[in-house]
Design a binder for this molecule. Sequence first.
Ligand code: HAM
Length: 421
Amino acid sequence: MSAPRAVKGMHDLLPDRTAHAAWLEARFREVARRWGFGEIRTPVVEPTELFVRSIGESTDIVEKEMYSFVDKGQDALTLRPEGTAGVVRAYVEHAVWTQEPVTRWIYMGPMFRRERPARGRYRQFHQLGAELFGDPGPYADAELIDMLVTFLREAGVADVEVLLNSLGGPEARRAYRHALVEYLEPRRPALSADSQRRLASNPLRVLDSKAPEDREVVAHAPRITDFLNAEDRAHLDGLRAALDRLQVPHRLEPTLVRGLDYYDRTLFEVRGRGGELGAQDAVCGGGRYDGLVETMGGPPTPAVGFAIGLERLMLLAPPPPPPPGTDVFVVAVGAAERLEAAVIARELRAEGLSVETDLRGGSLRSQLRRADRVGARLALLVGSDELARGVVQLRDLRAGRQREVGRDALRAAIRAERSAT
Ligand code: HAM
């Protein structure tokens, strides 16, 4: 058998990249804490029906991209393709509205979609998401978007602009859908094969197509914003005014639609602007979904949220500040001192220091070379003569200085050396 490989479109994160991912997750938690959000974790596997009902039967995700299976108990299950459906299920299952009028949750974790792998598009990817339940007003949207933009900036993405649109309520969407089909139908032959298919099943998705022939047709299509009723319009205007006041850069993009059916009113997206993401340019997508909680069996509950693609964010954001690194490298001068070197290392680790050793042994030179490679500034040389006297040699690897230190004074000596730089 040839060596096993990771599943296509699914990737290992080696420590360098894990450090970046973990740093971004920590920043996200920190920003969310300032906005009053708690963290929820939901299962990676949910009943297939949950995603069909929430994301929508005629979406690409449900039609083509879900990892669905029947388990040994004959239950139809799916690896979650996104986070909102599971979070809404949990909100309803735990009747959270009975405990608080407004709920703010973040979540993070792996999502699965069987898409064609490309730069920034994977079959297992990770999202950092936020959902806010219970507030119907435009200021909730604005506050959430402000949190998103603050986080992206703190993650190191300087140039952020939010693209906004409104899908209106069910009434506006019905009227718009009708007008759009009326416009597109006579132009059907000019559309891509995919869009011709979508015209029947989900015509709004034609607006989202990246095919140049579709873009041309769509450029002159009727705009959803012309179909909004007075309340939809007031919501959109209120949101834009709030974003202006909060100094969040934003732009109305009337062709913006999204690949999930649960949205109404506010839609938004943040895209990479430097071309780092290629065709997969959305680093974040979100919007309002005022009908979903009720569809899932809860009371009518307005809600709004977003999710950031962690891998796409890692393509846009600079690497995090370097970690503190190794404080001390403990070197066993001879084979006989290896065990005692390990004991000293352990004592120092118990004090909170980052300590490396090379317990394979090897020459003094090769161990010092290794100390250099891991970036240690200090080395402790543990020799038999020193051990007998209860001391070790503490060497500053950059200055080349070395001095003898009693084992009981080691911690203080190391701290003094570290603070001297
Ligand atoms: P979405 O637009 O499908 O929305 O996904 C959100 C983000 O996840 C995208 O902007 C992108 O950065 C990332 N993403 C999606 N698919 C992939 C992929 N195959 N590979 C890498 N990254 C990907 C949602 O999932 C909604 N649940 C967002 C939301 C939350 N709306 C309201 N609340």
